[in-house]
Design a binder for this molecule. Sequence first.
Ligand SMILES: C[S@@+](CC[C@H](N)C(=O)[O-])C[C@H]1O[C@@H](n2cnc3c(N)ncnc32)[C@H](O)[C@@H]1O
Length: 297
Amino acid sequence: MRRPILLRQTVATYPVEPVADDAWLAIAFRAFARLAERGRVRDVLILGTGNGLDALAALEIFDPDALTVTDLFEECLSVARENVLAHLEDGATTEIDFVAGDLLTAVPPTTRVDLVYENLPNIPTTPEVELERGVNTGRFFDATGLDVPERFDAHRLALHWRCLRDAWAHVRPGGGVLTALGGRVPVEVALELHRERGYDPELVAFDVKLQSEPALVLPGYGVAEEATGIEFTFYASEAVEIVAAARASGLDGEDLRGAVSPELARLAISAREAERRLESGQDVAHSVLLIHGRKPG
Ligand SMILES: C[S@@+](CC[C@H](N)C(=O)[O-])C[C@H]1O[C@@H](n2cnc3c(N)ncnc32)[C@H](O)[C@@H]1O
């Protein structure tokens, strides 16, 4: 961001990571910048904004004609709205709408955009999770009644699949959906998620970050390993430095992933092993994938 941003955060909003190097959004903004270099992005839909920071970055990086900002939770969206409106630059002309609802259900059917950005949660919720608490909104979702192919459901990608399906009608040909994912699944599966819905996917930004809130997140993946037989991928914390060094040489996206893959493979651990390391006081890491799925046309 070009200027200081003072965000209001409440118990209802997904929190910003306290350390900038651990933040998701810095990686998402690199993806925004790459897409902006390729051509004008006229309108953007932020699906599941959390606290509004991603919407502010979209305004700054794309300077779009129109911006639609959504979240599942009214209370969270109203704080995000306040944060966005408090930081509009003088003379800004973007038409901005805020709509609360599940995925794209509250978005007017006539809305068309060049870009949808989403960083939706991966872990199906359980009764003890208080779903509306900001810290949980980013991790857990209610999977009741979601009709998702078994492969993507098992890899904990169900909500992303639904988003790609429902976004299709709103994305202009030549536009696309930018999916932000903790890459705890093989990248091929994440790319296949887009292909299966008709998009042409590309990994536009890649990184490895420390797992934030590990005690909240790791058990969900440990349980999934037992239930599905799939081994999810986490890394020993040295992976963060290895990727940062390769990125400093100017690589990003698929080029960066390709360059670090052999070293990352050496540091890969399962969710259960990540839980054991957490118990013994060690940090663990995971990759972050920013996949842009282009709608042909
Ligand atoms: C991981 S946070 C991402 C926040 C922000 N977009 C970012 O990239 O840092 C996920 C957000 O998606 C919202 N969300 C969860 N399920 C949703 C759904 N079914 N429809 C719309 N938003 C949803 C949550 O409330 C939360 O604010």
